[in-house]
Design a protein around this ligand. Structure first.
Ligand SMILES: [Zn+2]
Ligand SMILES: [Zn+2]
Length: 126
């Protein structure tokens, strides 16, 4: 693995906020001022393909990256914020349903986060 790939993996693994490629870029740029955005995209794709990291795609929002540990996500429909969810593993149930071995599944639960609920309530009061 190249030096950039290692540093990008470290940034994604440490991040709590599910960073986008741009956010990873800004963090790496602090350490590696010469790095370009295309390098970030190439390395993120490589790390994703090789299974080192996860990519979370939600319609209407840029892709976000996350550590590879098994967990699911709650996403705010208004601001797109992702929160980790830990629910029982559905692999067995799902492979039972399809009657064959499965590779993976993505569970994304939508809600309106507390911040957005507060903002909406404030607007409605005016
Ligand atoms: Zn929100
Ligand atoms: Zn996560």
């Amino acid at each position: 693995m190249t030096k950039y790939a290692r540093q990008i993996l470290e940034i994604v693994n440490k991040a709590k906020e599910h960073p986008t490629a741009e956010q990873v870029y800004l963090k790496l740029k602090n350490k590696q001022p010469k790095v370009v955005l295309a390098t970030i995209y190439n390395n993120l794709n490589m790390l994703y393909r090789e299974g080192y990291i996860r990519k979370i795609s939600v319609e209407g929002w840029p892709d976000r990256y996350d550590n590879a540990n098994k967990h699911d996500h709650l996403v705010c429909k208004v601001c797109g914020k992702l929160t980790d969810l830990h629910v029982d593993d559905l692999t067995e149930t799902l492979s039972g349903q399809i009657g064959e071995e499965m590779l993976s599944y993505e569970l994304i639960v939508k809600h309106v986060c507390d911040d957005c609920k507060g903002r909406i309530a404030a607007v409605n009061k005016r």
